[in-house]
Design a protein around this ligand. Sequence first.
Ligand SMILES: [Zn+2]
Length: 262
Amino acid sequence: MTQFLEVEIHEISTISAPLTMEQFNEWFDKSPIKARFKKACMLAQGLRCCYCTRYLDSDSSKKWDLEHVLAEKLYPQFFATIGNLVLACEDCNLVKSQKDALVDTHERPPTTLPPHPDDYVIPHPILTEWDDHLSHTNFMLYQPKSLQGAALIQMCGLNQRVLKQAGLSPESVATTAAENFFRIMQTYIPDDIRQETALDLSAQLIEAGENQRRNILLEKLRRTLVTMERAALRRNAWPVPKISRGKKSRHREIEVASEAAQ
Ligand SMILES: [Zn+2]
């Protein structure tokens, strides 16, 4: 699970102390902490959306949304809570919007972030494995393996996109994907292979191709993160070394105070 840096936790506690929750959330939303966290999520999730698992060939923050599993308007107390923050594509984030992912039976409002996968209507991107709940055909057609998987398809409109964008029905997507697979691979595969296996293999091939491109972007992301981590250290380093540590620095502190008084 992606975490805040230790210096960022310190920064958050200092800044949040005098603020109301609304003021703090407003600050966090524009903070360099959120910006770095998003990049760290891109690296951890390998530039794949937490809900549709589609790969996005970009490490631009504008192309990705920091997603609150428990929606920010319904549960502002978890606006900056680790465990509630993941990275989603714009399509999923837009359709999921403020829909409630907490099960009806859970107490409201929850005082701490619900820790169990069954506390959620959908497969929680951090607490569960996506593959246990869903499968996909080339990231266009999604099949549920569980009730939570079915709820996610519904909540993020996963099967609506191809219909909306290309005017294709789910059946025609499956048929086209299978036809393409057999056309390209015909000389390499046994004759009696089933359509479902072909679709699975086709999805795996696409994923493998994307991962090759992705690895180049991830290298760039790692370098960006090092720079952002250094910036976080610099932001928080300033007051610490100047405050009394032994005789010498106490002397310096007095000097600073008298300079300030002048
Ligand atoms: Zn998505």
